[in-house]
Design a protein around this ligand. Structure first.
Ligand SMILES: Cc1ncc(COP(=O)(O)O)c(C=O)c1O
Length: 374
């Protein structure tokens, strides 16, 4: 049996008529950039998020640095995040011209550890970017307390957790903005690149709308800005898919529960945890081998047996060759949990359109590997 890592085409086929109708509508409208479909999708995304505004942009990376720039954060400023996120979180801080400050992640959730943040704060610290890694929210209540105490801005990197929730908070509720990525492999993905910010902050909304469109919100009137817009074709595809996101996340949760039940007796790796009261949306189902030297052996065994396993992310940002490329960067305290995560992570196939047979085959192969370990 072969089990692929993604199910993009299966998903397209499952709602083909809805997606095709949206594409057709955009094509026939004659308006493809900042047209009616983008407006329509932005309104739907804001309603979905429970925020006042949603602004479509070119991709999830741009969403982060546009939010930083809209907050006036740039050269001389420091922004705290953690080094086991996808590279783009730090990249966006550098694009804004600021210094990336890395603290460790929580050993359980792999999201930023709130207990590590205060030690990293200096007079230059301006913001914290928690990442809702793998589909589970960071501890936003604890992070918000720290941000308020030190008068720091908060941007949630929500590339991986659309539809997730905390026990008593929604994404976008406690921050200046939450940023989203719509690259195809995300829980809500278009056929290409796309991104958005959701925010309750009117000034953020106004500034990002201008910044994404060459510094313009009126024809021929410009200030400094960029070109980073979400195309109407992508907005149409995303509008069709948004209606299904809760059901698709439920399926991800169902496959995650099946993996967890099938793998719970294993001796040589640990399983992902869902914190009490949280809704984890399992963008990724990541197990960790107990020993770093076992990781590549597990990935190879799975790939040799037809299971497309991957690693997210096997080189922590501060361990990338050439780090930090002349950009501002600091590491505060040890980052042992993040390094362990990088060294030991293995992502199993995870997408809503998986079948029971496929999930059970993955479980059987992972357990076969586990039993063969000394
Ligand atoms: C945590 C995280 N942040 C940021 C991004 C950047 O998003 P994009 O690829 O749309 O630029 C991604 C995904 O690619 C991500 O996983």
């Amino acid at each position: 049996m072969k089990v692929s890592f993604y199910g993009h085409v299966r998903q397209y086929h499952s709602i083909k008529s809805e997606i095709d109708a949206k594409i057709q509508k955009v094509l026939e409208s004659g308006e493809y950039v900042q047209g009616p479909m983008l407006k329509h999708f932005e309104a739907e995304l804001a309603a979905f998020s429970g925020t006042k505004h949603a602004i479509g942009v070119g991709n999830g990376t741009d969403a982060i640095w546009l939010a930083l720039m809209a907050l006036g954060i740039g050269p001389g400023d420091e922004v705290i995040t953690h080094p086991n996120t996808f590279f783009a979180t730090a990249e966006a801080i550098w694009i804004a011209g600021a210094t990336a400050v890395f603290v460790d992640c929580c050993a359980k959730t792999k999201c930023i550890d709130p207990a590590r943040i205060e030690a990293a704060i200096t007079p230059n610290t301006k913001a914290i970017i928690p990442v809702h890694l793998y589909g589970q929210c960071a501890d936003m209540r604890a992070i918000k307390k720290i941000a308020d105490k030190h008068k720091l801005r908060l941007i949630e990197d929500n590339a991986q957790a659309i539809g997730a929730k905390g026990p008593d908070f929604n994404i976008g509720e406690l921050s200046d903005a939450a940023t989203v990525s719509f690259i195809i492999q995300k829980n809500l993905g278009t056929f290409g690149d796309g991104g958005a910010l959701v925010t309750n902050n009117d000034e953020m909304d106004h500034k990002v709308r201008k910044l994404r469109n060459h510094g313009s919100n009126r024809r021929n009137i410009h200030s400094f800005g960029f070109n980073s817009r979400l195309d109407d074709l992508h907005a149409g595809i995303l509008s069709a898919k948004l209606k299904h996101i809760h059901a698709w996340n439920d399926l991800r949760r169902k496959w995650a529960a099946r993996y967890t039940a099938g793998l719970k007796g294993a001796k040589h790796f640990t399983l992902p945890c869902e914190m009490p009261g949280y809704r984890h949306v399992f963008h990724l189902y990541v197990i960790e081998t107990k020993k770093p030297e076992q990781r590549d052996s597990l990935v190879k065994f799975l790939v040799d047996n037809g299971v497309d396993a991957k690693t997210h992310y096997s080189i922590a940002i501060h361990k990338q060759p050439g780090f930090p490329w002349g950009k501002g960067a600091r590491i505060v305290g040890g980052v042992a949990n993040a390094e362990h995560n990088a060294a030991c992570c293995v992502s199993l196939p995870m997408f809503p359109e998986l079948t029971e047979q496929e999930v059970d085959y993955v479980i059987a192969k992972v357990m076969e590997w586990d039993k063969a370990q000394k």
